[in-house]
Design a protein around this ligand. Structure first.
Ligand SMILES: Cc1cc2nc3c(=O)[nH]c(=O)nc-3n(C[C@H](O)[C@H](O)[C@H](O)COP(=O)(O)OP(=O)(O)OC[C@H]3O[C@@H](n4cnc5c(N)ncnc54)[C@H](O)[C@@H]3O)c2cc1C
Length: 363
């Protein structure tokens, strides 16, 4: 499926979300998932906007499962706000991994598990992966291959069009058991069920209780280090110092944000950010294409402090974001779906609080 990059196409994708089919089939690799995450992650759509669009067409009961999944995203984002860079470390308990490298067969898509190997090729070819395949890959890497989650999370983030540091790192940690009470395992039966395949004889073809005790299979012994570097475009922005400056980044490309303000609009690509968290050429092209949803936006590759004559603009505005707290000027607060909900110490606690907030607002 080709993902649109024009705003009309994005809104049309949003209008086609089938929440009933979603509730029934989302776990299947051919299920009716929305593919909205690239637009949520890049800020083209906001969570309340998606929720409201869905609830304008469906009852809350029908949309329940979909909103519940959106709440996962909100939860991860708010964890990032709350804990900052702590989310990049083993969060609740250490993983006790055998090593910190990636697994060569996962990088090559040659584990011998057909669904995973096809998934890796799909990731390289399209930048998208179904949630279950992400979970399967992370489980094989961390809990069967006993590699630490961080290097592989960085590899996956590099390739995902929806790459989001909070959803990514905390999902890897959830699978590895450093952000959850227990590690997540999948066996071949589970993979076959949700991918409608019938492969047998693989290292995952065993009962669940055996999985935590499996010695590292030969297919997962070789380690590798992928080369992850971001190529940033040359920039040629011409700014008018008489007008305010609106700063966008690869997570805040919202065409509706302060749309009536007569201002310089700049997609700022900071080399230091992409050095720390590199993305592939495909991801960068996607970001640049999506940026065109914002009328008049210009691209600038520079650190924010190096923007010429920064002090001369009559105002500097950005959308607040945990990775870009160093921007100068006014930072507009994020809008949440459940601003009243408390984070608690698990997603379950958070969701309970969201449900309570929902009941309160519908009384
Ligand atoms: C190892 C791993 C890495 C991940 N990395 C990312 C990432 O970098 N960026 C990212 O956006 N998501 C990530 N996810 C979460 C999830 O896989 C994707 O959000 C989802 O698959 C996106 O596809 P979709 O839009 O079709 O989802 P749908 O199933 O249609 O869900 C609708 C929306 O709900 C949210 N959502 C659904 N499931 C999850 C989830 N498990 N966690 C958080 N939000 C969810 C997303 O915003 C998604 O767009 C990761 C999950 C795992 C297990």
């Amino acid at each position: 499926m080709t993902l649109p990059t024009d705003y009309t196409g994005v809104l049309s994708l949003l209008g086609r979300v089938d929440v009933q089919a979603y509730g029934r089939t989302r776990n299947y690799l051919d299920g009716a998932v929305s593919r909205l995450s690239p637009y949520l992650s890049r800020g083209v759509l906001t969570l309340p906007q998606v929720r409201d669009a869905v609830l304008s067409r469906h009852s809350f009961a029908d949309a329940y499962r979909f909103i519940y999944e959106l709440a996962w995203r909100e939860y991860f984002q708010r964890m990032w706000w709350e804990w900052g860079d702590r989310i990049f470390e083993d969060f609740k308990q250490p993983q006790h991994a055998a090593h910190a490298e990636c697994l060569q067969s996962v990088l090559e898509g040659s584990t011998g598990i057909e669904v995973l190997d096809r998934g890796v090729q799909e990731l390289y070819a399209t930048g998208y992966l179904h949630n279950h395949v992400r979970m399967y890959l992370a489980s094989v890497v961390c809990n069967i291959g006993r590699a630490h989650w961080r290097a592989s999370a960085r590899w996956m983030y590099y390739h995902l069009l929806d790459g989001d540091l909070a959803s990514n790192m905390l999902s890897w940690q959830w699978v590895a058991g450093t952000f959850s009470a227990k590690k997540y395992y999948c066996n071949q039966d589970n993979i076959n069920q949700y991918s409608r395949t019938s492969q047998h004889g693989t290292f995952l073809d065993c009962p669940y209780e055996v999985l935590p005790h499996l010695p590292v299979p030969d297919q997962l012994k070789a380690t590798g280090q992928p080369e992850l570097t971001a190529a940033l475009p040359a920039s040629s922005a011409r700014l008018d110092p008489a007008k305010p400056l609106l700063l966008y980044n690869s997570y805040t490309l919202d065409p509706l944000w302060r749309k009536d303000l007569d201002a310089n609009r700049v997609l700022l690509l900071e080399p230091s950010h992409f050095q720390r968290f590199p993305v592939s050429g495909r991801v960068m092209d996607f970001v640049l294409a999506l940026a065109k949803c914002v009328p008049g936006i210009q691209v600038m590759t520079a650190e924010v402090a190096d923007i010429p004559d920064l002090e001369k603009f009559p105002g500097i505005f950005s959308k607040a974001h945990p990775a870009f707290g160093h921007y100068p000027g006014v930072k507009d607060e994020p809008v949440w779906m459940f601003p009243e909900a408390r984070l608690g110490n698990s997603f379950t606690a958070f969701w309970k609080s969201c449900e309570k907030a929902l009941n309160l607002t519908t009384v």
